[in-house]
Design a binder for this molecule. Sequence first.
Ligand SMILES: [Zn+2]
Ligand SMILES: [Zn+2]
Length: 590
Amino acid sequence: MNCQMRVGTRRIACPAAILAVLMVVAALAGARDKSPAANPPKTQPPRPKLIVLLVVDQMRADYVEKFRDQWTGGLKRLVEEGAWFRDAAHPYAATETCAGHATISTGALPAGHGMISNEWFDRELQETVTCTDDSKVKNLGYAGASVTGGNSAIKMLVPAFADELKFQSGSGTRVVTFSLKARAAITMGGRLGDAVTWFDADVGAWTTSSAYPVAAFVEEFTKAHPVAGDYGKTWAPMLPASAYLYDATAIGAVPPAGFGAAFPHPLRGNPNSTGPDPVFYCQWEASPYADTYLTRIAETAVDKLELGARAGTDFLAVSYSSVDYVGHAFGPRSWEIQDVLARLDQDLAELFAHLDKNVGKGNYVVALSADHGVVPIPEDMQKSGIDAGWLSVESVKERIEKSLEPFNYAKPAVAKVGASAVYFTPGTYDKLKNHPAALRAVLEAIQSAPGVAHVYRAEELEDRSSTQSRMLKAEAAGFLKARSGDLLIVPKAYWPWDSSTPTSPRQYGTTHGTPHYYDQRVPVLLMGFGVQPGEYFRSITPADIAPTLAALCGITLAPRDGRVLDEALKNSSARPVAPRHAQAPSPKQR
Ligand SMILES: [Zn+2]
Ligand SMILES: [Zn+2]
């Protein structure tokens, strides 16, 4: 959702020394990549040869129910040959990318893994930090690109499943992750990832950081296949017009710069540019071409590193970010969302065919989920007569400041309002806690803002007791005292946050990040090694994915909020999966 905001803040070049280091490390990584592979075992292995974790950023669970009859490829295969959990939801409040990916990748909830949101206010630094900021590392651009900043998993307080797999199995496990977003690639790859790669749209560069090895195959692939190769393409509908469920122009959509309100969407950047520019890279991120690119580079990883073909269990994770960019722009009731998923279905068909061929059907296990869902565009909800709107960050901030005027508090009293959290300036909240009349005034002022449902105080959330309300429980599951706000605000249903200010208009059509079910509910699909196909209606959470993969691999996760999804696992001596159509007909096969 920040792509349009990133445009115009083009970053400066990094020193030549970093590039030199990059090239040396790339050469070393290349040497490692070429070491001889062990022969693949001839019988069914006792453990999966490859774990494939797929996260579709912002994929609502109901997309599976609504669109699966139109799918013919990999998404269809997951539904028909896999275990489909139909009632899965993240159980915490800050339903954001970093929190969701870290939950899926660790099996812990944000209160435990510490990635409480995409960014938070650091009280020591007195500034906002992102979940992957790390001043001790430097980002490194592939294919000669110059990037800035530093990102790592330093703020993730528990190991990723991939870290544990690598650490415990001790047999040359390789960990490879890809996403457009650093916060997705890094949370999935943990601290020990061998190739952790994301995309910097400011400069159109595939990127890693000095926290990870530079991968020779990524260097080679990104050089041979620059994203700029998609410049000038036009994204047009793939399905016949009659197949789309909603209007061709989504009500309230805020498309990326250079895209119109409806198809077709040409990827040509700024109207006056003659080649790829930051606007083009943002358009590309919000197009199905990015999903295809991620699929191809993942297949290349399988080939070049011989993932799943040596001793031990390897780990490959891809977070497909484009659904999130498309959803923020056009909303869940759009041709664009339906289309980008129909195309992802084709990409996943290709990926699974590649894995069948190179790793062997039944030798790998796939887990697909999403980091969060999304709320329908409020203007669209309003048209149908439902109470909906935008909850303004600015308005909450102003109301708090105003409420403290009669009590003579120093201005500003608020350091930051963001991710449903209010952070006061140093000392202010301690003072408020001993000043009931002023605190009451603040809470009442927040409650008076249009769209606010609840306000919780930090001290209410520290004890995760079992007698709390669902909303309080959800806030507590994501609460970490050192990082969370002094006050936590829950918007009313269908009232997403509007972060616009008088000088910067809102750059998204809709968003997510609340404890409402449309933001929390996501698909969970498992397929392959050890998985018992079928539909499962028991209520689960995506924190159950890592413990389930750990059970299949015979490793132990230390901090764990999820459980093993034993109902969808075969007996421990796993057999190759028979396709569902070879079994008793299922009522869902319409
Ligand atoms: Zn996301
Ligand atoms: Zn998003």
